[in-house]
Write a protein of this length. Structure first.
Lengths: 363, 363
């Protein structure tokens, strides 16, 4: 924000808003021939069924946009329930998984005791925590950048874990998730699975067993729909009810007609979805091998990105050198990870361009 | 919510969420040949430019949906700034004006003293107030259902007024708005102009003069885009900065690629916009005359709905009788207004169907 704001003008702000440090999304520059490997978007287009779904919205009735969408997005909840093999009462949908996560924090975490999350994880968690005035306690990853389930046994009123974790890409197995759930029967445990479809195990399989589990997912990564803004949560119905109460106290219609129709179409094309995820997984393995050959240490990723460092080279300088070659990767100027780069998995051709550029930079 | 939730399960809810009484939107039934005059949607389709804008999104790049939208929606802010003749730094956009209003409450109203609003107004205001834990003081409309500016001089930390008011349809003039602004120089005064384009004066003309004024508008009514979810606020840049801080602490990308493109197209077609608003205004006057001839008392509306009562007839029964004829209007079971019906202005043909049905019911 470049606007200069006087002390007198700040009187109008709510006091708690004056102190906010908002989330900063990865940049979206508009540069020709740019290779954008900084925001974990999918290199492949969404299902072709998506385009048909949009045409159908336009043709269903020339003026359907004049009418409010279904505030409950029932058709989408049904499509998600079918694909995830849960009951429709166990599905919550929102305007991207960021909005879903915000509602999750509001619904379950505004309590007395601290909320636990890893010291290195999705950087929106501390932002939500400040926004909702929560106490928090960050739990350090171990030296291998792994989450240690035993560490999540402190007194708490909630736990949120990204699995696979970001920006490390490392995933916990379901047995480790269960260990955390069992140690915290009185807290809601949120597993944020934005990247789960690229090879990790989903905790949706545990929803029937644990009344304190909320699993969040998104269509932005594995379904190539970042431009659409549709996220969802799966949990037992009593937890979904809390999310609905929060949502309906904030914004009744967060999903527009295109978002609902397109997401329904995406969930209807499971074969394409699985095929594209498999392509990304294979490309990730090739990228990991290529980076390793160049001397990088690459964490074992189950996501559509890799987290890598090159001993003896400043990560910030490497990121800058890549930028000069028209390639953007994500660099975090943050303790413990300021010598790593987070690199989104592109197509094999894009990944090769990255490897060639790195080779030239390191030569 | 039909889910049965046990006391044990309620432990997982944040305590303040257990008490929420969420907003209930007007129903969206799926009945053949239904005449839906209950949610103030526009009877005319949006600009034809809208369909072209959607096609352009699909054709711009087959896979553009895989990429995040512009988190700042700069193109839309620019389009709104041009149409409203303000600087782009004075524009905030969100997922429907409901989300914009939620952020307004969070940004400016979470303080010590009560927030003032009319006792009869948009029923989401008390919901937001409860959601954000605000003190409130409702100010009674006078016996003619008018807002009395002199009544808004109590000690407060914020004021919100719908203008035209809903569900009355009655509008204040700019001189009266200025009276409220001048009496409250240390409070943010929000003018919620969801219906302003149907004949009222917009307070956007006052934004340059008052550093404590926020004006909210929507594309849902006058631009026939309820199905899209785009609202906006106009205020001096220092207030917009607070809204951006809140938005970026909650959800970075509330507007998807279709929403941005379609709304930009709508703001680009000013001629169509003005023509459709004029048609609704003329139909409203005809509808008012027709209802008056049937014996209704109709409040003087500047909105795309009328608020009317028929002395000696129970409004709830009239609403039910209309429903049996396939016509839905909005009935509020609420003190002071439980003998009124809120009727959305349809096309002249639709309004005639309503009048004919009423005539038959009353015969």
């Amino acid at each position: 924000m470049s606007t200069q704001i006087s002390t007198e003008q700040k009187q109008f702000w709510s006091p708690s808003v004056r102190a906010l440090e908002p989330y900063v999304p990865g940049e979206q520059p508009k540069i020709q021939n740019l290779l954008k490997l900084n925001t974990n978007e999918n290199p492949y287009p969404p299902s072709a069924a998506v385009v048909e779904a949009v045409q159908a919205v336009l043709q269903e009735d020339a003026d359907v946009l004049r009418l409010y969408p279904d505030p409950d997005a029932s058709a989408l909840k049904q499509a998600i329930a079918s694909q995830q093999q849960v009951d429709v009462s166990q599905v919550f949908v929102g305007n991207g998984s960021d909005e879903v996560l915000a509602h999750v924090f509001r619904a379950f975490f505004v309590k007395e005791k601290p909320i636990l999350y890893p010291d290195i994880s999705y950087s929106f968690y501390p932002v939500y925590s400040q926004f909702f005035g929560l106490k928090t306690q960050s739990i350090a990853l171990n030296d291998a950048f792994e989450i240690v389930p035993e560490d999540y046994q402190l007194d708490n009123d909630g736990i949120i874990i990204a699995n696979p974790n970001a920006p490390t890409g490392i995933a916990l197995g379901l047995a480790e998730i269960e260990q955390i759930l069992q140690a915290n029967p009185h807290s809601v445990v949120v597993i944020d699975e934005a990247y789960v479809d690229f090879g990790a195990e989903s905790a949706v399989a545990l929803v029937a067993k644990y009344q304190n589990l909320v699993v969040c997912q998104t269509t932005s990564k594995s379904r190539s729909l970042a431009g659409l803004r549709v996220g969802f949560a799966i949990a037992q119905a009593h937890l979904i009810s809390a999310l609905e109460a929060v949502k309906n106290s904030f914004n009744s219609y967060p999903l527009d007609r295109f978002a609902i129709a397109v997401a329904v179409a995406s969930f209807g094309d499971q074969a394409y979805f699985e095929q594209q995820c498999e392509k990304v997984i294979q490309s990730r393995e090739l990228l990991t091998e290529g980076l390793t050959r160049l001397g990088f240490q690459v964490l074992p990723s189950k996501a559509n990105f890799v987290f890598a460092q090159l001993p003896g080279r400043e990560a910030a300088q490497l990121a800058q050198a890549l930028r000069e070659q028209g390639i953007i990767v994500r660099y975090f100027n943050k303790a413990r990870i300021d010598q790593h780069l987070r690199i989104t998995v592109g197509t094999d051709e894009q990944n090769q361009r990255l490897l060639d550029s790195l080779k030239a930079i390191l030569a």
